[in-house]
Design a protein around this ligand. Structure first.
Ligand code: UDP
Ligand code: MG
Length: 172
């Protein structure tokens, strides 16, 4: 009897609202609203410096879920679209040439407020201003070699995810 009660109690505990991650059937609990997603990209300097694992570890340890990832030599057409808002900047040609100089690793991370939190984790664009503890603050040597990209708004994230991924490449 106490054994049966013990099993029932354990089941109630694991399947109850306090432990949604332990649910056996996903349909029986957990968030029912679409989770926020962000596009994160390890740039060619980050890949060359073997920082992909460090970046993944930081996002995993912060509690986000990886729902898509691939490594590719970025086509110029995608880069032009991605950085279209910077087309008139003097550094634009150098940016496109740097982003084409080697493979990138693009990822989609999911979780509550992932866009705002990942921008904080990534740090300031300019390595001089990037705080220690942020990815750029710990690894970036110059504004033009700043290791990582992260979407700067939910709208930008949606646009960038569609630009870099087919929907069949992402987990639901
Ligand atoms: N960038 C650069 N020189 C600059 C400003 C930006 O090379 O003076 C590059 C840098 O790689 C940066 C990217 O352009 O990450 C996009 O710029 P943005 O202002 O969107 O910064 P981010 O969102 O990446 O922090
Ligand atoms: Mg930006």
């Amino acid at each position: 009897m106490s054994y049966l009660f013990g099993r029932a109690a354990l089941r109630a505990l694991l399947c109850g609202p306090r432990f949604p991650g332990l649910l056996v059937r996903p349909s029986s609990g957990g968030p029912s609203w679409p989770q926020e997603r962000a596009l994160v990209k390890v740039k060619p300097d980050g890949v060359q410096r073997r920082l992909v694992g460090t970046v993944i570890q930081r996002f995993e340890m912060r509690g986000f879920r990886l729902v898509g990832m691939k490594m590719l030599q970025a086509p110029e057409s995608i880069l032009a679209e991605h950085y279209h808002h910077l087309k008139k900047k003097p550094f634009y040609p150098a940016l496109i040439s740097y982003m084409s100089s080697g493979p990138v690793v693009v990822m989609v991370w999911e979780g509550d407020n992932v866009v705002r939190i990942s921008r904080v984790m990534v740090g300031h664009t300019d390595s001089i201003k990037a705080a220690p503890g942020t990815i750029r603050g710990d690894f970036s040597v110059h504004i033009s070699r700043n290791v990582i990209h992260a979407s700067d708004s939910v709208e930008a994230a949606q646009r960038e995810i569609q630009l870099w991924f087919q929907s069949s490449e992402l987990l639901n």
